[in-house]
Write a protein that binds this ligand. Structure first.
Ligand code: CA
Length: 232
């Protein structure tokens, strides 16, 4: 399998081993060395030699392409200084789309400011050149492990009732896949009901659990509003 693959061929490579990694790096020697090291470790590796090619990969995996399956990466290794679109802007774009894929930023600059800026735009880790392949692989493993643990926790904590799905960590609710706007109190009431699907609650118990014992009057007004909405 060639180490340098176009976005078109990447869509058809679904045989994931340890995970799919996109390496966006303009220095050929570094790019190919990283790709070789990760391939030998059992990862499926895709490479892009500049920011524009990196964007093509990211666009193809978001399903914007009219044909083929979307490519989903488990990890992105992103050089800071890239032709056309730099690593910081790519990182911002990925996070702007709400994608939480782990990003390891590479840079020849080792200053604290560069490291902080990289992390502030959404990178999960930062490695300064020159670095050894063993360190790079250790960082990749750690990032993937942390991300998978976090995904698992999110899946485990997700509450479902028929077509209602509640995501406690993200404070959001969907019905048939559509986002529903709830106030914080409404969210907590729904979370309480969905956490105890067979339990019957008295009004006093609900108020105490959601508002606390000192907010009776406010709570009762809000409860009536919520009950009214629920009936309509
Ligand atoms: Ca560079």
């Amino acid at each position: 399998m060639p180490l340098t693959i176009t976005p078109e061929t990447a869509r058809f490579q679904q045989d994931v081993k340890l995970g799919r990694v996109l390496v966006v790096e303009d220095e050929e020697l570094i790019r190919e060395t990283i790709a070789l090291a990760l391939t030998e470790e059992g990862y499926e590796v895709f490479t892009a030699e500049d920011g524009r090619k990196g964007l093509e990969f990211l666009s193809s995996r978001t399903g914007e392409s009219s044909h083929g399956e979307a490519v989903v990466f488990d990890l992105i290794i992103l050089d800071l200084m890239l032709p056309y679109v730099n690593g910081l802007d790519l990182c911002r774009l990925i996070r702007h789309e709400g994608d939480s894929v782990p990003i390891l930023m590479l840079s020849a600059k080792g200053t604290e400011t560069d490291r902080v800026v990289g992390l502030e735009v959404g990178a999960d880790d930062y490695l300064t050149k020159p670095f050894g392949m063993r360190e790079l692989i250790a960082r990749c493993r750690a990032l993937l492990r942390r991300h998978r643990r976090s995904q698992l926790q999110t899946q485990e904590s997700t509450l479902r009732f028929h077509e209602i799905v509640l995501y406690p960590q993200e404070c959001r609710v969907t019905i048939r896949g559509e986002e529903v706007n709830l106030s914080p109190k409404e969210f907590r009431i729904l979370e309480l009901f969905m956490s105890h699907p067979r339990r019957v609650w008295s009004r006093e118990q609900l108020i105490e659990r959601i508002w606390g014992p000192t907010l009776w009057e406010t709570a009762k007004r809000s409860m009536f509003t919520f009950a009214g909405c629920a009936k309509s």
